[in-house]
Design a protein around this ligand. Structure first.
Ligand code: HEM
Ligand code: HEM
Length: 190
């Protein structure tokens, strides 16, 4: 993979947009499963959850394409080899858990043969029940994948803060699109 000095603006934008959407979907998902038939949100909340989830899946594909095109910034001098390995593993697992949520979410929503209406804009065709107890099994996978993703994001964010506050390096600045100004020749002469 190409090694660069910083993330491209499009990668930074997608990272933070997707982070906000993931937290939003988690909150809505957690809340909507306890709604009763008599709630006005009973149908609307899953509709929004599925539609926004589908958009997130498109953003996920775009992000993989951008990663192929722009590559990733090379590790900083302050990054220890074990930290580099742990970060690679975490990033791959974050992508994998999101993929798992898209697939399991699709399998729950289409188990009864219905299509998924994306924002009343178009319909994503359903493939029906592909295996026995599909809705239940996919529901359990979806639930654990969602909890696992949020737990991993917390660790991921803690790692970013450790780099920023303890190591005082540019790891977090790189994904915020602001790298510290380099010391000028004048500063170095002082
Ligand atoms: C749902 C939330 C999040 C997800 C799914 C996520 C996912 C990722 C992924 C996959 C990468 C690897 C770069 C790439 O492939 O684009 C990355 C990089 C990064 N993320 Fe997140 N992230 C989330 C939230 C956060 C938060 C809350 C913070 C910090 C407070 C953060 C800080 C960083 C930093 C500093 C990097 C760059 C790491 C490096 O250059 O080695 N992320 N994130
Ligand atoms: C990162 C993306 C997503 C996150 C974080 C997420 C999160 C959640 C959470 C936390 C729940 C509640 C689980 C429970 O406590 O039982 C849930 C339920 C659900 N999600 Fe998602 N979800 C995502 C994407 C999707 C997508 C793409 C779809 C469909 C295309 C979808 C369809 C559903 C459905 C149908 C339920 C209800 C399951 C049930 O009734 O047991 N989700 N989601």
């Amino acid at each position: 993979m190409t090694q660069t000095k910083s993330y491209a603006k499009s990668q930074i934008l997608l990272h933070w947009l997707m982070a906000v959407v993931v937290f939003g979907l988690f909150g809505v998902g957690f809340w909507m499963v306890d709604l009763t038939y008599y709630s006005e949100w009973y149908r609307i909340a899953p509709h929004w959850h599925q539609s926004v989830g589908f958009m997130l899946a498109l953003a996920w594909v775009a992000r993989i394409v951008l990663l192929r095109i722009h590559g990733k910034p090379s590790p900083l001098e302050s990054h220890k080899p074990a930290e580099i390995r742990a970060a690679h593993f975490t990033h791959a697992l974050l992508y994998l858990l999101m993929l798992c949520l898209f697939i399991s979410g699709y399998l729950i929503s289409t188990a009864d043969g219905r299509a998924i209406a994306i924002f009343n804009w178009f319909e994503l065709p359903g493939l029906g029940e592909l295996f026995a107890e599909q809705a239940d099994i996919a529901g359990t996978v979806h639930q654990y994948a969602a909890y696992g993703l949020i737990a991993l994001v917390v660790i991921h964010a803690a790692g970013a803060l450790k780099h920023h506050l303890i190591d005082k390096d540019d790891t977090l600045n790189r994904i915020l699109g602001r790298t510290k100004p380099q010391p000028s020749n004048y500063d170095q002469e002082q």
